[in-house]
Design a protein around this ligand. Structure first.
Ligand SMILES: Cc1ncc(C[n+]2csc(CCOP(=O)(O)OP(=O)(O)O)c2C)c(N)n1
Ligand SMILES: *[C@@H]1O[C@H](CO)[C@@H](O)[C@H](O)[C@H]1NC(C)=O
Ligand SMILES: *[C@@H]1O[C@H](CO)[C@@H](O)[C@H](O)[C@H]1NC(C)=O
Length: 559
């Protein structure tokens, strides 16, 4: 039963798929992931080959990543074919990808638009007006050809043409063709045919297969894609910061990425017109051929990253302001489903960016990335740990997010300090501490300043830098907090929901006698000076010192 249902679903794009797989594509059928093979992306639903689809509108962006890699990084002859539905052409992300492909002249990319007139609950807005699709594609810089999507001859012919531009094949089709009861009719989307109807259709299909005794073999690909090894992408030397140096972690990110790229030729960087804010421009300056400007199209940038990382061709780092990854959250969620290995750097986190105001502040990004099962979330607090985060991210599977800050802060670590994913650092301690404070990024520095202030009042606190928020080092936090009678204060430049404080709460949920007091941003902020905003939102040194005093006086009262 289930195999017959699959056959019928495939049947809807039967001719297009057959022509691609038995006429146009070059590949080794016994080795589907061979780097020389042409790529195929079934954007219009179903899990297939390199990237998971199903959330519509994302396939062409991933296809752009594969085509860009083929043309500019691998410099190989494989081609990329992407089959799209007409329903998903209402997604803006498709048109971000269309603009990208023509700007970068991805002449190794073919998009086949299956114009079957029907979506899920309604006909598509343009129905069968194929000439309107053609004009749109042409306006985006593509060569666009209309064909009868049920004509094998027409499909073969158009797919054989030489190309100098990305090619859009606008295939006019009838949804459910060959099944009289379902042909061109609403109400059949995603539904299996009833058993008797399915049997009839399968019989009809089989009769056609039997009548053809010619065997079809795909053409083998050219073996012109060099093997790549992405194992052990290392920095050849330790960071070279000096105690007393001040640097913003966003700048340390750019310096670290440029350094990593110096010794590893498959490291590539993407950015969305923010390179002089995220400092990915330091990578671009040194490695211009391995930098891809994705312009202000963050959804496409994330899909591009996924496409570039496919088949382990590149170690990809994509950067923008942390907050702008929120508009690509669906792409990030799908990256997890695709088991994609991509690295993202979000700069300008929190209110500490200052004057640029709330629209530019990343205040939800920890919540967003923590919720993704395959994600590792780095939140480095100085130049040394940022460089280590970049190196670790390059070697960590899944989706890695590095959260960077705008203000300049002191170097706090020794250059030979060892860092690991899931390993926190105790950055300040005495043998008589009363409260454990967990901070990261700018708030770690505020916590250190609070420790100095409180020392004058003879109150000692312990300060912990989690380094990774996910996975969080439960053991270090619990062991140290136990030494401060279970008293914990968390302080973060992020909204309360889903951030550092909630991560620490869930780490200690089973401990008895622990209390967690959280400091975070509770309202939509405004523009202001960084230090002013830290004070107004209660996450600066004074707020931390005050919280420590309060925790101590309330536990004294409780006795
Ligand atoms: C979604 C998003 N991505 C990136 C940015 C960062 N950013 C702010 S202004 C700007 C350039 C905008 O250029 P344009 O639209 O031409 O504006 P104009 O030159 O007229 O100021 C960028 C990339 C942003 N604010 N929003
Ligand atoms: C980025 O570069 C542009 C062009 O040189 C400049 O106008 C802009 O101020 C720079 N932005 C930042 C944040 O430095
Ligand atoms: C808390 O205890 C429950 C029940 O034993 C366990 O499943 C869970 O993993 C524990 N959580 C943590 C964070 O230790």
């Amino acid at each position: 039963q289930s195999s017959s249902v699959n056959s019928i679903v495939i049947f809807f794009s039967f001719k297009i798929m057959s022509v691609l797989f038995f006429h146009s594509m070059k590949y080794r059928p016994e080795d589907p992931r061979n780097p020389n093979n042409d790529r195929f992306i079934l954007s219009k639903k179903q899990q297939f080959v390199d990237v998971a689809t199903g959330s519509l509108g994302q396939g062409l962006g991933a296809a752009c990543g594969m085509a860009y890699t083929g043309k500019y990084f691998d410099k190989a002859s494989y081609r990329v074919f992407c089959l799209l539905g007409d329903g998903e052409l209402s997604e803006g992300s498709v048109w971000e990808a269309m603009a990208f492909a023509s700007y970068y002249q991805l002449d190794n990319l073919v998009a086949i638009l299956d114009i079957n007139r029907l979506g899920q609950s309604d006909p598509t807005p343009l129905q069968h007006h194929v000439e309107k699709y053609q004009r749109r594609c042409e306006a985006f810089g593509w060569h666009a050809i209309i064909v009868d999507g049920h004509s094998v001859e027409e499909l073969c012919k158009v797919l054989s043409q030489p190309r100098h531009q990305p090619l859009a094949i606008i295939a006019k089709t009838i949804k459910g063709k060959g099944i009289p009861a379902a042909e061109d009719k609403m109400g059949w989307h995603g539904k299996p045919l009833p058993k008797d109807m399915a049997e009839g259709v399968i019989k009809e299909l089989q009769s056609r297969i039997i009548s053809c005794n010619k065997r079809l073999y795909p053409a083998p690909p050219n073996d012109d894609t060099s093997p790549v090894s992405l194992r052990n992408v290392r920095m050849p030397s330790a960071p070279s910061y000096k105690p007393g140096d001040k640097i913003a972690t966003r700048k340390a990110y750019g310096m670290a990425l440029a350094k990593l790229g110096r010794y590893n030729e498959h490291v590539v960087a993407l950015d969305g017109d923010t390179k002089n804010s995220t400092f990915s421009e330091l990578f671009k300056n040194e490695h211009p051929n391995r930098y891809v400007e994705c312009y202000i199209a963050e959804q496409n940038m994330v899909s591009m990253a996924i496409g570039c990382a496919v088949r382990d061709r590149n170690v990809v780092f994509a950067s923008t302001f942390a907050t702008f990854f929120s508009r690509a959250y669906d792409q990030l969620r799908m990256a997890a489903i695709s088991e994609s290995n991509i690295n993202l750097c979000g700069s300008h986190c929190g209110v500490s960016i200052g004057e640029d105001g709330p629209s530019q502040m990343g205040l939800e990004d920890l919540a967003m990335f923590r919720a993704i099962p395959t994600a590792t979330v780095f939140y480095p607090s100085d130049g040394v740990s940022t460089e280590k985060a970049v190196e670790l991210a390059a070697n960590t599977k899944g989706l890695c997010f590095i959260r960077t800050s705008r203000p300049e802060n002191n170097i706090i670590y020794n250059c030979n300090e060892d860092f690991h994913v899931g390993q926190a650092k105790v950055v300040y301690k005495t043998n008589d501490d009363h409260v454990t404070v967990v901070g990261a990024g700018v708030t770690l520095h505020e916590a250190l300043a609070a420790a100095d202030m409180l020392k004058k009042e003879r109150i000692n606190i312990r300060v912990i830098d989690p380094f990774t928020i996910k996975p969080l080092d439960h053991k270090t936090i619990i062991d140290n907090a136990r030494a401060t009678r279970g008293r914990i204060i968390t302080v973060e430049d992020h909204y309360y929901e889903g951030g550092l404080g909630e991560a620490v709460c869930s780490a200690v949920v089973n401990e008895t006698g622990f209390t967690v007091h959280r400091l975070a941003v509770s309202q939509v902020p405004r523009s202001g000076k960084p230090q002013e905003l830290l004070r107004i939102f209660g996450i600066d040194r004074d707020a931390i010192a005050q919280a420590v005093r309060k925790v101590l006086s309330s536990s004294a009262n409780a006795k």
